[in-house]
Ligand binder design. Structure first.
Ligand SMILES: Cc1cc2nc3c(=O)[nH]c(=O)nc-3n(C[C@H](O)[C@H](O)[C@H](O)COP(=O)(O)O)c2cc1C
Length: 397
């Protein structure tokens, strides 16, 4: 994706360098455009070095005659799939809301017919000023998207709203805005389960597993990017991705109940959570004291979320499961597919500690038609989009 990153004159401009790097690492082509004030906070050399692309804007030649001129504001406006201004000052918001074009960035923001995203950052009083809020209302009426600033300690020493939003959220919003949608998912509601469940023994001890929820969170991002409306039922501690309705849960029973609230309204289920099969029969109300000699822990079965939802589905709803196997991957997956009535299953080879944490992973896709070509090895943030595309293509037949 071609991303035009506009950087204006706020203290948060230094964070735009990290965003440019993040977007480049995610495989996008990023060209930065600095305002004159922006170039006093961060240099074109930093941005050009991080993106591998020329940096525009803080260019004294912009209004000068040149032979064979490239009309930069039109050229860049046509090139960009999305123009994102991060950080956006009160000044640039006001200019664009009122149709002013006084430098390269403000001019190309008027010239673009593509998507525009703003991530403002400023002092709380500036952010709350009616003039700024009025300009934001105007820009929203043009169809522009905002990733609003968050509350926090500002560079001016004040505490309040105005701090630049989380960079991952901004990167996610940019990708969601301009990414290609998949016809199988556009406008569809998809329920995704992710993460470990935790079954408590007492107020301080818990039974859980080594899943982080990383794959499920990346899947939520991937399906969202392809146009789906995603509900993520999430165990564990990972932060919720931007633009995804996240329901946080602890135990298997809570996960089932959260899923059951969404499932009747969903078009499909991606069950990526590592749900505990057993829980302690009792959760002691007080911390259990140690005793001498062997102890016995009585475990009982937790609900089978995948089988319960698959059995309750209405016509047209699809179910995609995951299986963690250490041996006989394809055969075990085919048996699980049939037993639970799934439409597809992705097999994770977890032998020797594989499949958990940050390392590259491979998934074997299995449908009632048989096993397909393995997806990966890829890191989870690239494997998840491959899974979503494979499944979308499969649904399209
Ligand atoms: C040290 C300093 C920090 C500033 N921080 C911000 C800021 O965070 N947000 C903002 O809207 N303006 C901020 N300003 C004001 C802008 O730099 C000023 O309005 C400038 O004209 C913006 O130009 P631009 O929108 O073309 O980049 C700051 C100014 C200075 C000197």
């Amino acid at each position: 994706m071609n991303i035009l990153l506009g950087i204006t004159g706020g203290i948060a401009a230094y964070r735009a360098a990290e965003l440019a790097r993040t977007l480049t690492k995610r495989g996008h082509t990023v060209r930065c455009c600095l305002t004159d004030a922006g170039s006093r906070f961060i240099t074109p050399l930093t941005l050009a070095s991080l993106t591998g692309q020329p940096c525009f804007g803080a260019n004294p030649d912009y209004h000068e005659w040149r032979p064979n001129p490239i009309i930069e504001h039109i050229d860049l406006a046509r090139w960009a799939h999305v123009a994102a201004v991060v950080p956006a000052t009160a000044d640039i918001l006001g200019k664009t809301a009122n149709g002013l074009a006084t430098d390269l960035l403000s001019t190309l923001l008027l010239a673009t017919t593509g998507k525009v995203l703003w991530a403002p950052a400023m002092n709380t009083a500036m952010w709350n000023h009616p003039a700024v809020q009025k300009n934001i209302t105007t820009l929203r009426s043009f169809g522009h998207t905002f990733v609003e600033p968050v509350e926090g300690l500002l560079a001016c020493g004040e505490e309040g709203a105005g701090k630049l939003a989380d960079l991952d959220d901004i990167a996610d919003a940019i990708e969601t805005l301009a990414g290609p949608v998949h016809p199988a998912f556009a406008g569809r509601r998809i329920l995704i389960t992710a993460g470990p469940t935790r079954e408590d023994l007492d107020p301080v001890r818990t039974l859980t597993n080594r899943s982080t929820g990383g794959m499920g969170v990346e899947l939520a991002r991937a399906f969202r990017n392809l146009g789906a409306e995603v509900d993520l039922v999430l165990g564990g501690e990972l932060p919720a991705p931007w633009g995804v309705r996240t329901h946080r849960v602890r135990g298997a029973q809570a996960m089932l109940e959260a899923c059951q609230a969404v499932w009747p309204h969903a078009d499909g289920l991606v069950a990526a959570a590592a749900v505990a099969d057993q829980r302690p029969e009792v959760c002691a109300p007080e911390k259990v004291k140690k005793v001498e000699g062997p102890e016995t822990l009585v475990l009982v079965r937790t609900p089978d979320i995948l089988a319960t939802l698959a059995a309750a589905r209405r016509p047209g709803q699809w179910v995609l499961g995951f299986a963690a196997e250490t041996e006989n991957h394809a055969a075990n997956a085919a048996a699980k597919l049939a037993r639970k009535g799934l439409d597809g299953i992705l097999v994770n080879d977890v032998s020797g500690g594989r499949g958990f944490g940050p390392q590259a992973n491979t998934l074997l896709p299995v449908t009632p038609a048989g096993a397909g070509a393995p997806l990966g090895p890829l890191p989870k943030d690239r494997l998840a989009p491959a899974v979503a595309r494979w499944w979308g293509d499969h649904l399209q037949g």
